[in-house]
Design a protein around this ligand. Sequence first.
Ligand code: ACO
Length: 323
Amino acid sequence: MRFNDTRAAENAMLHAAKSAAGTAIDRGETSMPAPKKNGGPRPAEGEKSIPGGKTVLVEIADGIAWVTLNRPEKRNAISPELSAEMIAVLDALEPDQRVGVLVLTGAGNSYCAGMDLKEFFRASDPLSAEERAVFTRASAQWQWRRLSYYMKPTIAMVNGWCFGAGFNSVVACDLAIAANEASFGLSEINWGMIPAGNVLKATVATMNRRDSLYYTMTGETFNGKKAAAMGFVNEAVPLTKLKKRVTDLAKVLLDKNPTTLRQAKHACKRIIDMDWDASEDYLFAKIDQMRFLDPEQGRQRAMRQFLDEKTYRPGLGNYKRDA
Ligand code: ACO
């Protein structure tokens, strides 16, 4: 399929998705995405369905999938049911042509209160080591592996409480924007635990040594502003402006060449653990790979527009993807 055909088909699907899902963003809503029971509007006949619907809600609007942890009565603590549903949702949205950016957030006043102490920890205590390995696998799958190398760009929109395992998805998402009013904490030290399940790994990967040790050892909470100052999230804004800021950021990402964006973000994450020689070789290999993977052939278009047609400046913005 030629590029123009692909774009036309994507636009048509996006248009259909917009009409089906409603346009909460167009209405300028600044609060959290209103969770809709049963996954929001049902698709008309012939349209693709919306995944999730119980502990994870999904709304697709204007190319953005708003994925909401939906156990507000339990402050969106992660239960085994939620993990299973999240895996299904992420797998369904990854190849979905209506989705260009995925935003992860929480229903109500909480982003995520960590693992469910009753349904995850107390329930798994009596299990054998082998049974526990199976029982706990799903939570690691989505919080870390799926999100870290997701095929679409991801943004964590941290709207409220964020404890323990809540840190995982914040760090695994490519970008994170928090409300100033959000409250983060490594509460494990307060209940006889250490930040396991890679929570500590996520912490030390984003916060410096002193801050990591301080919050791991004290269990003190910190707000969104402090999280931004420490580099744990990209920035913090007032809660009333959170959704607007995340929408604007998502639109910036939606304008980029999606193949280039994916290669760039995966490379950014993978080279951290490589030595310089391996990293150099990997990055050149990625460039070669893109010649085959990019249906837009963005690099050729961009060079033509800059060098021959002189219609844009790469230093100041995107090449024209439809020219
Ligand atoms: N696991 C299980 N249930 C939880 C969790 C959790 N992580 N967090 C909240 N809940 C439940 C409460 O038990 C309560 O249930 P109930 O209504 O059936 O009694 C309900 O959610 C509301 O909780 P409250 O404490 O009443 O809510 P409040 O708004 O006052 O406080 C807060 C919110 C601060 C998030 C508090 O609930 C809390 O401290 N939760 C635990 C946070 C935590 O330490 N998580 C574990 C991190 S470690 C890890 O993830 C590995």
